[in-house]
Write a protein of this length. Sequence first.
Length: 121
Amino acid sequence: MTRLLEIVERQLGDRCCDRQARPSIASRDAERLAGEIQIFAHPVRLQLLDVLARNEGRVCVCDLEAAVPVKQPTVSHHLRILREAGVVESERVGQWMYYRVRRDVLGALRDRFGALLDAFA
């Protein structure tokens, strides 16, 4: 087995061509973008964002719970992820919690993802 590998290495050399393949995106930036993309990697979060984006102003958590096919603890879990990511914000009014989408944050994410996808196309 070792002898075969030595023969292959001698025939191929160190590289197959002179051009080196290198990413145009730094590792740190790739990690940040991958984390941001994960925000959208669940159907319930996409549905919640859709409801929030289509409704101007704020939406009561009770309406969000009624809009998606999961139970209240799951809705709260996904809203927490969206809130911690900064794409939604919440406000308590009396006993009710209201949410609104942060269009500025979503716009910045759209710009970053769009530039990345343009580079891949």
